[in-house]
Ligand binder design. Structure first.
Ligand SMILES: [Zn+2]
Ligand SMILES: [Zn+2]
Length: 380
């Protein structure tokens, strides 16, 4: 990496933002010089998240990056794709090498797949997380909407369904780009299609297309993915995946629900609330271990707080002796050992008999916590 003179710079060069005072949160971010947002005295910088900033030249460092530019995980190239975009992050749960992709490459990848399955159009195929708004989500929404009209493989009723879903998705992406008029027109068409598809004679028992159901179906694969990351000691990434799942499930369960306007089925609140707390427990645990691992006491404290909330809920709804409640106690005690050890000890001694009686899977772990504390003389 080296720094060269500003007059050599051209659109497409990679730069790093430095020395901002008022908007210091952008310092250290890397982006690509864009002709788009250039104003008098300022250079347009496209960030990986799809946002463009206008930055003074003195706040930019050119990165002479050779082959360190982000590579598209599909075509392995770093240059622009056919629509002029560099590889960008799609905003799913993936990080590092697997996170950068050309919008056009990602669209082609989906074109080989089933136009009926929203997962292939709204979600990452690796981590199963929905993409956040940005160039990749935009390109996918646009193409999905086109295919909803063109694809010869769709029956009339299927076409209505897919137009309903793809239209909502594309309209959201257009709105995010500031293209409000187009967004509203497509949204209106999508609502019309969805009401035809859901009306008399519609495929009202077909839950396949329901975004709420899609979210529920994504819980297990996403949780599995996060567990794999935890096994590889990548707790920060695992915590981020759990966190997003908690947010999405909370939105689904919220009473005034604008996030899932297309949902056709009543949501099983009791079941989903249990699921939400399972994921929340895993989130609190991953957050705590991340805090311990990286010596970030604030994360440990946050993680403990999240687990306390889960414990409060489980004790109230499932009862103090339910296996899930006991599992949370053991996980919480393990984290508390590092802060308030005496509470951890009391908590474990208070449920040891029940753990034994139930032959709880965490029994040995709980015994180990108690033994460690006794040997370290932190108590009694
Ligand atoms: Zn590519
Ligand atoms: Zn992903």
């Amino acid at each position: 990496m080296s720094v060269t003179q500003p007059e050599d710079w051209k659109a497409g060069d990679r730069v790093r933002i430095v020395g901002l005072v008022a908007a210091a949160q952008h310092n250290g971010k890397e982006g690509i010089i864009s002709a788009k947002a250039a104003t008098a005295g300022r250079v347009g910088v496209e960030l990986g998240d799809g946002k463009t900033l206008a930055v003074r030249r003195e706040n930019l460092e050119l990165i002479d990056d050779g082959d360190t530019r982000p590579r598209c995980y599909i075509c392995l190239e770093s240059d622009r794709d056919e629509s002029g975009c560099y590889p960008v992050s799609a905003g799913c749960g993936c990080r590092g090498e697997a996170a950068q992709v050309h919008p056009a490459c990602r669209v082609k990848d989906s074109e080989y797949r089933e136009v009926r399955d929203p997962n292939h159009w709204q979600c990452c195929l690796t981590c199963k997380q929905a993409y956040t708004p940005g160039p990749v989500a935009f390109a996918l929404g646009k193409r999905w909407w086109e295919l909803a009209h063109e694809s010869p493989s769709l029956s009339d009723m299927d076409r209505m369904f897919i137009k309903g879903l793809a239209g909502h998705y594309y309209a959201t992406a257009l709105a995010d780009e500031g293209r409000q008029d187009e967004s509203e027109a497509i949204r209106a068409e999508a609502i019309e299609c969805a009401s035809v598809a859901n009306g008399p004679g519609g495929v009202d028992d077909d839950i396949f297309y329901d975004p709420a159901i899609q979210l529920v179906k994504s819980i297990d694969p996403r949780t599995e993915h996060a567990k794999t990351l935890e096994e590889a000691e990548r707790f920060e990434e695992a915590a981020a995946i759990y966190r997003r799942l908690v947010d999405e499930l909370s939105a689904l369960l919220a009473p005034d629900d604008a996030v899932f306007p297309m949902s056709m089925l009543p949501v099983d609140h009791a079941l989903l609330t249990t699921k939400l707390h399972d994921v929340k427990q895993a989130y609190g645990n991953a957050l705590s271990i991340w805090g311990l691992q990286k010596k970030l006491p604030q994360k440990l404290v946050q993680g403990i707080q999240v687990q306390r909330e889960v414990l409060e809920y489980q004790t109230r709804v499932l009862g103090p002796d339910h296996p899930d409640t006991l599992g949370t106690k053991v996980s919480l005690a393990q984290c508390l050992v590092n802060t308030t050890g005496s509470e951890a000890y009391t908590m474990m001694m208070g449920c040891m008999d029940k753990l034994k009686e139930l032959r709880h899977p965490d029994l040995r772990f709980a015994q180990q916590i108690v033994r460690n504390m006794q040997s370290q003389r932190r108590v009694g």
